[in-house]
Design a binder for this molecule. Structure first.
Ligand SMILES: [Zn+2]
Length: 450
C-alpha cells in the first residue's frame, strides 16, 4: 500500500488539504501477481476445516451424503435469492428487492430500502452477486435457527462511470422464511472480512452530483460541495489527459462526511492521507477468482472534503489513469508523475511562484544530498515531503529533457514488470540511455524547465 501524508503542503499554498494517495491492490483481495491480472490468494478463501467443531455442515470426507445434499440445497436457495435481489436492483423494482429481505426486521428493511434508493440514484448498468465458493456457510444462531452467513462478491457497474463491474467483498446472513432464503443481516462484517470502511451506498442517504466524466457522492446537505468538486474534477481531467494520454471514461469521487466512507488505515508519516485513489478490480474470469484493474475511484478523507481542490484531484486522477498499467513502477516515478501533473497545473493556475520556490528549496537541500533515487522502502516516513519533492523534480527533468511520451513509455514498461531493480535499470538505459548514477548526477545540474 502506498499513501501520502497531509504534510507541509497544508498551509503552504494557504489551503487546508491532504496529500493525495494511491493504494496498490485492494485490501479485501490479496493481490499476488504483477502485470495485468491478479489472482485472489488462499489467505481468506480457504474452506474452513469444520470437522469436530460441529459449527457448519460442510462437504468434508466425514460428511454423510445427506449433509452434502442439504448443503447443496441451501446454497442453491441462497444463490436464487442473490439472483432475485440483483435482478430487482437492475430493474429498479423495490417490492421485488424487498421480497428477499426479512420482513420482520424493520431496521433491516429500512436499511435495504436506503441501499436500493442509493444504487438507483447512482445509476446501475450492471449488478450481480457471486458467492465466494470456497467460503463455507457459517452459522449465525443469534439471527435465528438455521441462519447462515456467507462471503459474497458484489459486482457493481455504475452507468457512465465504470468501464466494467467493480468488485466489493461483502457478508450477508440468510435465514429461511416461508420456503425461501431471505437476508437477515446485510452487513456481516466477519463473513465479509473487509475492514471498517463501507461503500458510499451503504452509509445512509447520499447526494449525487454529475459532470462530464465524473460522479461525486456526498452526504445529505452537502450537495453544494458535491457540485464544487464536480467543477474541480472537470478542471483536473484535461490536465491529466494531456500528460498521460490516458483517462477513464468516468470516475467516481467519494466526498462524504461519514467517517466510514474512509479507510482509516490510509496513514503515512504519522499523518492521515488526504485522499486515496483505489483501483477498481474487475473479474478477469467467469468465477470471479482472477481480477484486473479497470479503473479507479477517488475517496477523499472526510476531514478535507470541503477543501480538496483540482490540484489534489489532478494528482489522484493521474494515479487512476496509470493504475491499469500495473503496480511495478518505482515509487519515485509513480508519485513523481502525479506530482508533476499536479504542479504543472498549479503553474498554469497562477501558482508558478510557489512552484518555483519549491524547486529552489529542493535544489538547496534534498537534491544536493541525493545519492540514489528515492526507493520504495524509505519513500515515506519522516522525510516524505522531500521524497515527493525529489520525485517531482526527477519526473519534471525527464519530461523536459526527453518529453512526456518517453516518461509514459518508461512508466508503462516498468509498471507491467516485476518489482526488480535489475529490470528497472534495464528500462532506464533503454528509454533514457542513462544509469541511475548518471540520472542523479544530471538531476543535480537541473535548474528547472527551460
Ligand atoms: Zn500520490
Amino acid at each position: 500500500m502506498d499513501v501520502e501524508s497531509v504534510g507541509a503542503e497544508v498551509g503552504q499554498r494557504g489551503r487546508g488539504r491532504g496529500r493525495a494517495a494511491w493504494i496498490a491492490g485492494v485490501a479485501a483481495l490479496a493481490v499476488v501477481a504483477g502485470g495485468a491480472t491478479y489472482v485472489v490468494t488462499g489467505r481468506d478463501e480457504t474452506p474452513k476445516a469444520t470437522a469436530g467443531t460441529g459449527a457448519t455442515p460442510t462437504a468434508t470426507a466425514s460428511s454423510t451424503s445427506a449433509d452434502i445434499i442439504a448443503e447443496e440445497k441451501l446454497l442453491a436457495g441462497i444463490d436464487a435469492t442473490l439472483k432475485g435481489r440483483a435482478a430487482a436492483l437492475v430493474a429498479g423494482r423495490l417490492p421485488q428487492f424487498l421480497a428477499f429481505t426479512d420482513p420482520k426486521n424493520a431496521k433491516l428493511v429500512q436499511s435495504d430500502k436506503q441501499l436500493f434508493a442509493n444504487l438507483q440514484q447512482l445509476g446501475l448498468k450492471q449488478l450481480s452477486y457471486v458467492r465466494v465458493p470456497t467460503f463455507s456457510p457459517e452459522q449465525r444462531t443469534k439471527l435465528g435457527p438455521g441462519a447462515r452467513a456467507l462471503r459474497i462478491r458484489m459486482l457493481v457497474q455504475l452507468e457512465g462511470i465504470d468501464q466494467a463491474p467493480r468488485v466489493t467483498q461483502i457478508g450477508y446472513a440468510f435465514a429461511q422464511r416461508g420456503g425461501r432464503w431471505v437476508v437477515v443481516d446485510n452487513d456481516d462484517a466477519e463473513a465479509a472480512n473487509r475492514g471498517d470502511s463501507r461503500e458510499p451506498w451503504e452509509l445512509g442517504p447520499i447526494e449525487v452530483a454529475r459532470g462530464r466524466g465524473v460522479l461525486v457522492v456526498s452526504s445529505p446537505g452537502e450537495a453544494k460541495n458535491g457540485r464544487r468538486l464536480v467543477r474541480e474534477a472537470e478542471a483536473a481531467i484535461p490536465a491529466v489527459r494531456a500528460a498521460t494520454k490516458r483517462a477513464q471514461a468516468g470516475i467516481l469521487v467519494v466526498a462524504m462526511a461519514a467517517r466510514r466512507s474512509w479507510d482509516s488505515s490510509a496513514i503515512t508519516g504519522g499523518h492521515p492521507a488526504g485522499a486515496v485513489a483505489i483501483p477498481n478490480m474487475s473479474p478477469a474470469n467467469a468465477d470471479a477468482s482472477e481480477f484486473k484493474v479497470t479503473g479507479s475511484r477517488v475517496v477523499i478523507n472526510p476531514t478535507y472534503r470541503k477543501t480538496s481542490d483540482r490540484f489534489l484531484l489532478a494528482h489522484e486522477f493521474t494515479h487512476a489513469a496509470m493504475a491499469p498499467l500495473g503496480f511495478g513502477a518505482p515509487i519515485w516515478l509513480v508519485e513523481g508523475y502525479a506530482e508533476y501533473v499536479e504542479r504543472h497545473l498549479l503553474e498554469r493556475s497562477n501558482y508558478s511562484n510557489w512552484v518555483g520556490s519549491q524547486r529552489r528549496d529542493l535544489r538547496k537541500k534534498a537534491i544536493k544530498s541525493l545519492v540514489v533515487l528515492p526507493i520504495d522502502g524509505v519513500f515515506h516516513g519522516d522525510y516524505d515531503e522531500d521524497s515527493y519533492g525529489v520525485a517531482w523534480l526527477i519526473v519534471e527533468y525527464l519530461a523536459n529533457k526527453y518529453g512526456v511520451a518517453t516518461v509514459n513509455a518508461l512508466y508503462a514498461e516498468t509498471a507491467a514488470q516485476a518489482d526488480d531493480p535489475a529490470l528497472r535499470d534495464k528500462s532506464l538505459s533503454k528509454h533514457l540511455k542513462l544509469t541511475e548514477t548518471a540520472l542523479v548526477a544530471a538531476l543535480k545540474k537541473y535548474t528547472g524547465p527551460s
